[in-house]
Design a protein around this ligand. Sequence first.
Ligand code: XMP
Length: 519
Amino acid sequence: MDKIIIIDFGGQYCHLIARRIRDLGVFSEICPYDIQLKNLKAKSPKGIILSGGPNSVYEKGSPHLSDEFYNYISQEQVPVLGICYGFHLIIHHLNGKIESHTLKEYGKTEIKIIKSEGLFEGLDRTEIVWMSHGDQVKEMPEGFEKLASSETCPIVAYRNDQKLLYGVQFHPEVSHTQKGPQILENFISNIVHAEKEWELKNWIENSINIIYKKIGSHDRAILGLSGGVDSSVAAVLLHKAIGERLHCIFVNNGVLRKNEAFEVQKTFQDELGFQNFHYVDAEEEFLQSLQGIEDPEEKRKIIGHKFIEIFENKTIELEKKYPSIKFLVQGTIYPDRVETAATSKTAAKIKSHHNLTLPEDMKLKVLEPLKDLYKDEVRKIGLKLGLPEEIVHRHPFPGPGLAVRIVGTINKERLEILREADAILIEEIRKEGIYREIWQAFCVFLPLKTVGIMGDYRTYEYLCAMRIVESQDAMTANFAKLDWDFLERVSTRIINEVKSINRVVYDISNKPPATIEFE
Ligand code: XMP
């Protein structure tokens, strides 16, 4: 299958470029800029895109590509498209001139197109693009032809058809660049001539075959099913491949939402006909180990370790009964594996988020059938495989569950209060028809009592916060500016229907500086 490799220089849009290329039907992958040439060659890229990045090419210590890289693309005739930093990098390598400019360009910018052909086929004389740069190409080496300019930037795009080198100063992958998809399409079709073979339907058939071949006709696999999108899709895929030889372990950790354990069980066992769905009720055990714990990181650690312990014990029990259990399936997806240079510097250092991986001494062979997919691709596959909409489009839910939505210590009473309030919020959000537009919506229990008045009585009850955010990837998020009447309706229902809550507040903080979760 033809493949486009994105070389990552720390640009924040690396994953976006890869997703856009896949949306156009060509498989794409991200590689770090310092990838060894032999590893890059092994991937046989049909075309290469150099990403943007925060550095200036003339700065000491800025990331560059080796001479061998340039020799390779020239020998193998691999077309290269440089975006922003990548656009400068090509010129700099060939001894052109890049300089910082006093007038920086950020945001939507009008450009004038000089040549509407090849990379710019189908573009008008003027176009709106998304810029984000301080440096400019001042002088191009011989053989390069200018394709566009803006008011403050004389060279906005170039081509060198002989060397198959192309570049744009702006970001075609960002939706504000109106003809961005057309430009990327032109690159893959007119320049790279890549075959469009990346299709999810083929992917499903292929991967079911691959899974079947790997596991064979006798061995069994286990999978930790949380009911989240990734593990659910992995489960359905495996079930299609090996049927009852798939063993799903679902652990009730005591910090799930209202009816969650029941619903996951109903979906997989009753509706999807999973024969080996193992429900482990560990509620008491989890709550006991969380007793008196206030520190959120401590809560995360306890829940993570307890989960592994319980999962391992259940696996050992199953292995005794089914010695042919040889595989462990995990719902890892592409962004879990590939941290781009931009995200790796800052991401996940703020909280110990990542779902814990299981210990190696389990001696099982690990299968990660979704490891090359993006979340939206996983969702599409889930739907094609017949998973219900509610699972496929579920809001993300943190591994430590309601434990990080109860500020302070956790107990059954608090969990009960939070579950009821949260269920009302989600029910109203669904009724309003806005569930899909929202990234996450949930209630938070605050261990504070405030005064209220209900009927003729003064009350002294708990405070509940509602957190509803819009986001693309959880790296940044904005609180949802919802209709007051809607918020009033939810607040009234919570106060009337949930015992022990007499006040509801709406969180109007964005991320950053606030995080999505309260803990
Ligand atoms: P924050 O609160 O850092 O959250 O803005 C970003 C995204 O990560 C989720 N989150 C977690 N997910 N384990 C998880 O699996 C965790 O410990 C955890 N903490 C936060 C959060 O729900 C949001 O989607």
